[in-house]
Design a protein around this ligand. Structure first.
Ligand code: PEP
Ligand code: MG
Length: 586
């Protein structure tokens, strides 16, 4: 058994599929002499396809963002055609009868050793470029891996370093029951993707990729953060039983989808969904959300083969608004950087990416590109008069008042432009993500400038605790249920309520039973979470009263440690809703 961090609750049993197999466990097969020529041909074909991809990317990015931003793809093309690079690969295939993926793996190892021994940041960055090229190349080579995937028995458990959105897309309709990753924490990509599909997941399991091979039997326990590799038959059947209970509980809870979310003493709460895609919007409807509280638009960009232009974005936003519950959608502008990057918007490796050039800061640096997104959102809100009030625009990572004023000016200009062009647009409400401690401190002055606020607790907690949200080594610090975080949240919610500014919390804690009770006790009435959690939180709501939640909060605020709060809240949940035991975790 290996231990990691449980990042999406529930239990899954399935067959391991190691996404990065060729990088971690290189192909050791030796070619027959008679196969060498065909292998060279296979490599050349993959190289030509990669070159065509890079060229298409260059053209599109140059047209839509700028030639400077597109230059990175020319650099990648020159790595691809670099004579030393090609000569080595060909030599290993011909002289040593290695397969093309094995030769690529060896090349990457060689460059890694060479480049990391230097202190020169510029050279280190080039390593990232080489890696990108190798990944692209092996993507084309990996057509040979697909039959291997086809041979694995479903359901699958994905095993990866960190799960990229593009990898999830390529899995298509394969049944995925669980996810295990080496890196990342509760709020990283893999966790968010797994949660949005209600799939149990464990992150931060160091070295796991070397211990697992395709086809191994795996158990993922997302509550405890455990991964079992090839367990004995008794253990397997015990977990299969738990898995069935997990499914039954989810099915039973999902029956409340058409009921309103109200407490036992008649207080209404708004349960909204966090979505990344159209299928998530459909899941939001199926789970009984009353709207979408956070549409993370970066996934459109991260999964698009090149750059989505204004018309393509408009199309996506329209489809999402159409498909979402009550056509109520809060669309967040691009929130890239930190752990999510796209090469054409800046590739510089920073010493502190989460404190650097990310999110709204990056959007400001590409004003034309940013303006297109704002225009597409305004236009998407125009389709039906009723949409206008239900579509909201949300700006991430706002730190200062100047930034709010700047985005407001951009929205105003976008409206004027659309007016002049005779293009219809809707009047969307403007809000910001409260996720930087500085904004929490100066909340009063910021509230005066916006229509609503959304608390991004994932980032707020990492910044407040100075503990990277994706680094398993400091996950004991990056805890929402810690005394300082609860204090800050109490103040923010009180300030918003006093100013009569609508406030939602859309970080992961909104869908966690223990945190939900405390937030409700603080006076929060709007929550946005992965669709999969809505039935459970609705059920919990029905067992709660305002008085009880306020009393629990008061007692919790007196507890001095995170461990103490967790213990206390676990006992409270067991008392309020014992039926949710399988889904409650720290
Ligand atoms: C957050 O920071 O809490 C949030 C909801 O946004 P993201 O997880 O996308 O940073
Ligand atoms: Mg955030």
């Amino acid at each position: 058994m290996r231990k990691g961090i449980g990042v999406s609750p529930g239990v899954a049993v399935g067959t391991a599929y190691c996404i990065n197999e060729i990088f971690v466990n290189p192909d050791t097969k030796r070619l027959e002499k008679s196969e060498v020529l065909a292998e060279l041909g296979r490599y050349d074909q993959a190289r030509d396809r990669t070159a065509a991809d890079l060229n298409a990317l260059y053209q599109k990015v140059a047209r839509q963002v700028g030639t400077e931003e597109a230059a990175i793809f020319r650099a990648h093309e020159s790595i691809l055609h670099d004579s030393a690079f090609t000569a080595k690969i060909r030599a290993w295939i011909v002289d040593e009868c290695q397969t093309a993926p094995a030769a690529l793996h060896r090349l990457l190892e060689e460059y890694t050793t060479l480049f990391t021994s230097t202190n020169d940041d510029y050279i280190k960055e080039r390593l990232a470029d080489v890696r990108d090229v190798v990944i692209r190349l092996s993507g084309h080579l990996s057509d040979v891996l697909k039959p291997q995937l086809g041979a694995l028995r479903e359901p699958l458990i994905l095993v990866a370093n960190e799960l990229l959105p593009s990898q999830v897309v390529t899995l298509g309709k394969r049944e995925v029951a669980g996810v295990v990753t080496e890196t990342g924490g509760r709020t990283s990509h893999a966790a968010i993707l797994a949660r949005s599909r209600g799939i149990p997941a464990v992150s931060g399991v160091k070295g796991i990729q070397r211990q697992i091979k395709n086809g191994d039997l795996l158990v993922v326990d997302g509550r405890e953060g455990h991964v079992l590799i090839n367990p004995d038959p008794e253990t397997t059947s015990a977990y299969l039983k738990l898995q069935r209970e997990f499914f039954d509980l989810k099915d039973a809870l999902a029956e409340n989808r058409d009921q309103p979310a109200v407490t036992a003493d008649g207080q209404s709460v708004e349960l909204l969904a966090n979505i990344n895609s159209l299928s998530d919007a459909q899941a939001a409807v199926a789970m009984g959300a009353s709207g979408v509280g956070l549409f993370r638009t970066e996934y459109i960009f991260l999964t698009h083969p090149d750059v989505p232009d204004e018309e393509q974005q408009l199309q996506v936003y329209r489809e999402i608004i159409e498909a979402s519950p009550n056509h109520q959608v809060t669309i967040r502008t691009l929130d890239l950087g930190g752990d999510k990057t796209i090469p054409y918007l800046g590739h510089a490796r920073e010493a502190n990416p989460f404190l650097g050039w990310r999110s709204i800061r990056l959007s400001f640096e590409h004003p034309e590109f940013f303006a297109k997104q704002i225009r597409a959102i305004l236009r998407a809100a125009a389709k039906e008069p009723a949409y206008a009030k239900r579509v909201r625009i949300l700006f991430p990572m706002i730190t200062t008042l100047e930034e709010i004023r700047r985005v407001r000016t951009m929205v105003r200009k976008a409206r004027q432009q659309l007016e002049a062009e005779g293009k219809p647009y809707g009047s969307v409400r403007i809000g910001f993500m409260l996720e930087v401690p500085a904004a929490a401190v100066s909340i009063d002055s910021l509230l005066a400038e916006v229509d609503f606020v959304s608390i991004g607790s994932n980032d707020l907690v990492q910044y407040l605790m100075a503990a990277d949200r994706d680094n398993p080594k400091v996950s004991h610090l990056c805890q929402p249920l810690s005394p300082p975080v609860l204090r800050v949240l109490t103040n923010i919610i009180a300030a918003c309520n006093a100013a009569d500014t609508p406030v939602t919390l859309c970080g992961e804690m909104a869908g966690a039973p223990r945190a939900f009770v405390l937030l409700f006790g603080m006076g929060l009435r709007s929550f946005s979470m992965s669709p999969a959690f809505i039935p459970m939180i609705k059920d919990l709501t029905s067992h709660l009263t305002r008085k009880r939640a306020e009393r629990i909060l008061r007692r919790t605020l007196e507890i001095k440690t995170t461990a103490g709060i967790q213990r206390f809240m676990a006992a409270q949940i067991a008392e309020i809703a014992p039926n949710l035991k399988l889904l409650d975790s720290a």
